[in-house]
Design a binder for this molecule. Structure first.
Ligand code: SF4
Ligand code: SF4
Length: 178
């Protein structure tokens, strides 16, 4: 995993490789990928997106980049800043599974070694402790002070099984060897 995510900040000055046929075929296989051709760039997805002011490329532009077969889409910050809130998917008048497409792009970017290191650390933490974030003594004391019950202990056998079934474990092991 590298820290090179979000390097694609604008089309200005870029040499863009359009219509990479291999990439178009990969995109078509993503959940929702087949429906991209009906996107008519209405921007309704972007208008409702809660991170639209925090990203360099908007979600409707991502949809167009995919149609054009621009693999550079994997270098955009949009796919990682997306909160998976599903607003765009619910608003799309064409019924495109926009959020699901973005989730697929996260997977493709990760496979290419592009993405924030924090995601990898979260995944490792889940595998090691059952929690995406380690609970510190300080947080536990705050829970106690407010009379909240202790967090239930995770079932690590289930976590391990899920990591195996989803391929997460293999992915992290592969990462360690890079
Ligand atoms: S809302 Fe749907 S049709 Fe409109 S730009 Fe977004 S993806 Fe395309
Ligand atoms: S799912 Fe992602 S892209 Fe869609 S509206 Fe939410 S944050 Fe924006």
């Amino acid at each position: 995993m590298t820290k090179s995510w979000g390097t694609f900040t604008s089309f200005k000055g870029k040499t863009i490789e359009i219509a990479a046929p291999d990439f178009i075929e990969v995109v078509k296989k993503l959940t929702g990928g087949k429906d991209l051709t009906v996107c008519f760039q209405c921007t309704k997805c972007t208008a409702g997106c809660p991170v639209n002011e925090k990203v360099s490329i908007q979600v409707h532009e991502i949809m167009r980049m995919l149609l054009l077969g621009m693999k550079e889409v994997l270098e955009t910050d949009m796919i990682w800043r997306c909160t998976s809130c599903y607003t765009c998917q619910e608003r799309c008048p064409q019924g495109i599974d926009v959020t699901d497409i973005l989730s697929g792009l996260k997977n493709l970017a990760y496979e290419d070694g592009i993405g924030p290191d924090a995601y990898r650390e979260n995944a490792k933490s889940v595998l090691e402790s059952g929690f995406a974030y380690q609970t510190s003594g300080f947080r536990r004391k705050k829970r106690d002070a407010k009379g909240l019950p202790s967090l239930p202990a995770p079932n690590m056998a289930e976590v391990e099984k899920l990591a195996e079934l989803t391929g997460l474990k293999a992915l992290l092991e592969e990462d360690e060897t890079k």
